[in-house]
Write a protein that binds this ligand. Sequence first.
Ligand SMILES: [Zn+2]
Length: 413
Amino acid sequence: MPLDLVFKNVRLVGREAPCDIGVADGRIVAIEPSIAADALVEDIGGRLAVAGFVETHIHLDKSCILDRCRSEHGTLAEAIAQVAAAKKNFTEEDVYARAKRTLEKAILQGTTRMRTHVEVDPRIGLTSFRAIRRLKRDYAFAIDLDLCVFPQEGLLNDPGAEDLLIQCCEDEPDTIGGCPYTDTDPHGQIVRIFEIARRYDLDVDFHLDFDLDPTWTHLDEVCRQTDRFGWGGRVAIGHVTKLSAMPEVARAAVGRRLADAGVALTVLPATDLFLMGRGHDHDVPRGVTPAHRLAEQGVTCSIATNNVLNPFTPFGDCSMMRIANLYANVAQLGRAAELETCLDLITAAPARLMNLPDYGIAVGNPADLVVLDAHDPAGAIAEIAVPLAGWKRGRRTFSRAPAVLHRDDVAAE
Ligand SMILES: [Zn+2]
């Protein structure tokens, strides 16, 4: 088969020696020690490449609003109230412009697949949904965007929210989400979301158990309904900071329950660190659930960004590498195998969470490739390796020149 493009001298996760990758018609058609072909050649120089980062949980629609909000207490309740107030002035163009800024940063940081949670309720209506759907179309050249519509401020307590969610579902979103902890009837919301998911054949992704009280959970009910609806493998839950407050034995029991039910879990270190433990004036709990431990038990886990430059998280460069390094730091991971797991939690594992069977550098898959300024997975996480270039379906989407040191000693050059 004639090739359009050959990546030479690429290191891949799980492969000892560098290899060449042949691309035809936007797909990977060969991975060999050496490929000779009359095609465009990109020499990767022995650097590590991944199929791009997979961001399972981000809020593009409410990113970049710090200039419109206060963050005095830094609590979850304040963040929800501040964003609810700011949301009243969102327009489609405004949402599009802010989301575009955030999405472009993510693409430049090497993200090629993303699930964005989009708020739908009687205050915002379908404004954000429409804006993000346009964005999905406009940036399809660089990233596959999965829209997860959800009611951030409750469902059963918010007349009109369900009708709007149903309207979105008629317009073919990718995923449906929920936020039981803001509902007056959390279990009722969980069941209702599963009913809508079944009706429209959608995967489910809940914001869940976002506090540090280990004495009760909504996770039990999500597992119960996952079993009841036969939705195993199609359900994810995000935050779940409660698990960080549980002793290991109790947490391991929850891990087995999640693995058995086929419920995946996303940890959001930046937001969890920023919002949790605000009542403590010393020995502040980290509030970050140990995704790597749950992954060891067979739970599909990911690490993700969540919020960017808003009262939930007033930080953010959309770098998945930085978030994975932050997680490693907080979770006290430093051995090579542990750091390799951190890379897995932002690449292959989240692709499983999102049910993306064509993700990965393998023959037959789309030629999505992101080159990192690193030579091995552990080093990439330890040093927050810079993404130097990316391709989506065989077409280059970004490039970044390596930094150059300019010495004052001319003779040394
Ligand atoms: Zn979120």
